[in-house]
Design a protein around this ligand. Structure first.
Ligand code: ADP
Ligand code: SF4
Length: 688
């Protein structure tokens, strides 16, 4: 007899105003670096979510007017009806699979610098633009407010014409004018839009009513609200004004989409919020107060927690951005009882970095993310093998495991040889550092999948020499042997080894990850400027070592600004008692001391220490590939992952995936295939 699925409740329909969601899986609006510049890529990426079982799939932010121009970031645009066809691509793609499709209309106020449109930004008051561009946003007068309402109404009308089912009023993440009016620190007006909460919420109320009036016959109207700003009494607090706003507007929206503001507080990495559901306490009351369908997020990947939230009356719809990126097929896997196969988000926020860089989204766990249209990749399917070739993957880090997994899915007979006693490479090593436990999921997920495949064999404690490899008689070999951190100080700043390193105990991140720790006061020299230096500092400070962090950058771990973590990292190091020496380079090391120089002024300093951890650059050992070239010049050998070019774990999984797709493929990665581009249609004759 068929067992009932314990997660059936997640597959119930939910009525949202005039529309019905086919299940409770709701992909909330999330940035993806595609936006109005890449409508086909965008439609294909969202379509895969609908295929994977998400009952509602939403856009990212959609600008409603040129005075909310987020350039150089590519978000969606619905300035006027000319934008409808591009958005309709997504609508049609998502609806083909029975999901509802939502659009997040937004006016960003002083968060948009209008660098493309060059219009003045708009805000409740004359305030500085948020992104550091030295221009001010203009205080909106009554006619500006009327205009904004007109733009929103027009955008809602056009969104309905494009076929959207759920239309948002956005007042979250500190990114939207309606929320800026709500917050007393921005809104100190004395007119009917300022002062009391009722007045500060007036604009939201008007936008909700007008959107309902314009499209409410066929479309649901959602309010996305930041309930709490995690600023204590300096900002909105969920259990005070946050609750009061929900009480004030309770019945007006058809759907409450609630979260914590700003984006950095909502999309928190596992390093700083290890547990899923970390926003639940702030949103628990909403459903009770409103009685309306409620969706909320919190990096949900556990179906048991999802069921508890639904049955406990906290949420009607399980919201997800990152879990839907890491595994677009999460709902289908739950429906099919394949929960072990869920590719769990590791909370590294590399996806967020793509938006901040203005490039199509990428994901550490899901290498197909962002490549659905450009490369035609699908997260769950791949071309079958072209021959009976037996292949060997050397090294079981993220690149090797991903490559083996995809080759295995293609049906090849695959052997994986790993030198050490454990599979997982750097994802396992790095997961032992403070705050990075979840990163081992990169290995765990792949090892589970590989364990289900009869055609893949994994061998531990199998260091391979060129001779060993030749002896396997494999038809093709993928070298995924990784890279090691350098111990000589060369990196961004020094192109030659630093003087005096033999006089002091030198460590690399690999030593620290292997448990070989310095004793006594330690200097960490970070010239890599990625995440590793800050993680090592945090890790060693947690071992009660006196840590001085010297970096060539002017802030700690500047790369992590892109992963929304930088402010937390710098604060946490200060809180842990780490002494920060910024904008300084290592000049030399000696017995019990290191010398530094200020990068701008040149002034020198000496820091007493007994150990020095160098986080500067990585080194590739190419001896194995060189020996293979000599001993078996005709063997098909491809180097992948960090052994090819050390980078992020996301780069390694991508590299492994790419190599497996390309192996014996007729769709070889020609330049045209890689760079399938969305070209603007040009007039036949230049009319200038
Ligand atoms: P990547 O990120 O590219 O996957 P990693 O450093 O995470 O790189 O993984 C490389 C893996 O390769 C490590 O687990 C390492 O032990 C293994 N390895 C390195 N050289 C050999 C070798 N000659 N034979 C087998 N395994 C190797
Ligand atoms: Fe999760 Fe990292 Fe993928 Fe983003 S990039 S979805 S945080 S695994």
């Amino acid at each position: 007899m068929l067992q009932p699925n314990p997660y059936d409740v997640l597959f119930e329909e939910v009525q949202i105003g005039p529309v019905t969601a086919p299940n409770r899986f709701y992909q909330v609006p999330h940035a993806c670096g595609m936006g109005h510049l890449r409508p086909q890529a965008h439609a294909a990426m969202r379509e895969v979510k609908a295929l994977g079982g998400w009952g509602v799939v939403c856009t990212e932010e959609t600008e409603i007017h040129p005075s909310s121009d987020l350039s150089p970031y590519s978000e969606q645009r619905l300035w006027d009806e000319r934008d409808i066809p591009a958005l309709s691509l997504m609508v049609e793609a998502v609806k083909r699979h029975g999901a509802l499709v939502g659009i997040e209309l937004v006016h960003n106020g002083h968060m948009a610098s209008n660098l493309f449109s060059r219009l003045p930004a708009l805000a409740p008051a004359d305030i500085q633009l948020d992104d550091g561009y030295p221009r001010m946003a203009r205080r909106m007068d009554k006619s500006d407010i009327r205009e904004l309402r007109r733009w929103h109404r027009r955008a809602a009308r056009n969104a309905k014409a494009a076929g959207f089912d759920i239309i948002y009023v956005y007042a979250g993440h500190d990114m939207a004018v309606p929320q800026h009016f709500l917050l007393p620190r921005y809104n100190q007006r004395s007119d009917e839009y300022g002062g009391s909460l009722e007045n500060r919420a007036r604009l939201i109320r008007e936008l909700l009513s007008e959107t309902k009036d314009e499209v409410g016959d066929r479309c649901a109207v959602a309010l996305r609200l930041g309930l709490d700003e995690r600023m204590g009494a300096d900002g909105m607090q969920a259990h005070e004004e946050g609750r009061a706003v929900v009480e004030l507007l309770a019945d007006i929206p058809d759907l409450w989409d609630v979260n914590v503001s700003n984006w950095q507080n909502d999309t928190v990495s596992t390093r700083f919020e290890p547990d899923e559901g970390y926003e639940v306490d702030q949103m628990r009351f909403v459903r009770e107060v409103t009685g309306k369908p409620t969706v909320g997020v919190g990096r949900f990947t556990s179906p048991d927690l999802m069921v508890r939230l639904v049955r406990g009356g906290v949420l009607d719809l399980i919201g997800a951005a990152r879990p839907s990126i890491a595994d677009p097929y999460l709902p289908n896997k739950i429906a099919e009882g394949r929960t072990d196969a869920i590719r769990e988000c590791i909370g590294c926020n590399i996806c967020a970095s793509s938006d901040k860089l203005g490039v199509p989204i990428r994901c550490t766990q899901n290498p197909t993310m962002g490549e659905e249209w450009r490369r035609g990749w699908h997260p769950e399917s791949i071309a079958q093998r072209a021959s009976d070739a037996e292949v060997l993957v050397v090294g079981a880090g993220p690149a090797g495991l991903e490559c083996a997994l995809q080759l295995g899915r293609r049906g090849y007979r695959v052997s994986v040889a790993e030198a050490t006693g454990e599979f997982g490479g750097r994802s396992l090593r790095e997961s032992g550092l403070k705050g990075l436990t979840a990163w081992r999921r990169v290995a765990d997920n792949r090892l589970y999948e590989l364990s289900q495949m009869a055609n893949v064999r994994l061998y531990r404690e199998s260091p391979m020499s060129a001779g060993d490899i030749v002896e396997t008689e494999s038809a093709a070999v993928f070298l995924a042997t990784g890279a090691r951190w350098r111990g000589d100080g060369t990196g961004r700043t020094h192109f030659r080894p630093v003087q005096g390193l033999s006089d002091i105990a030198v460590f690399t991140p690999d030593d620290v990850m292997a448990g070989n720790l310095p004793v006594g006061p330690v200097v960490i020299y970070d010239d890599d400027q990625g995440y590793m230096g800050g993680v090592i500092a945090d890790h060693l400070a947690g071992k009660s070592l006196a840590v001085t962090f010297v970096t060539t950058a002017s802030i700690v771990s500047p790369f992590t600004t892109l992963t929304l973590e930088q402010h937390r990292i710098q604060s946490s190091l200060i809180a842990a008692g780490v002494k920060l020496v910024l904008s300084s380079k290592l000049v030399a090391a000696g017995r019990g001391t290191v010398s530094t120089a200020d990068i701008y002024g040149g002034s020198r300093d000496e820091i007493a220490c007994t150990g020095l951890v160098l986080v500067t650059a990585r080194d590739i050992d190419r001896s194995l590939s060189a020996a293979l070239k000599r001993e078996a010049p005709d063997l098909c050998v491809e180097t992948i992952g960090d052994a090819l070019a050390p980078g992020l774990i996301a780069d390694a999984t991508f590299s492994g995936h790419l190599a497996a797709r390309n192996f014996e493929s007729d769709v070889l990665e020609t330049e045209a295939a890689i760079y399938r581009r969305e070209m603007p249609a040009l007039p036949a004759v230049n009319t200038l």
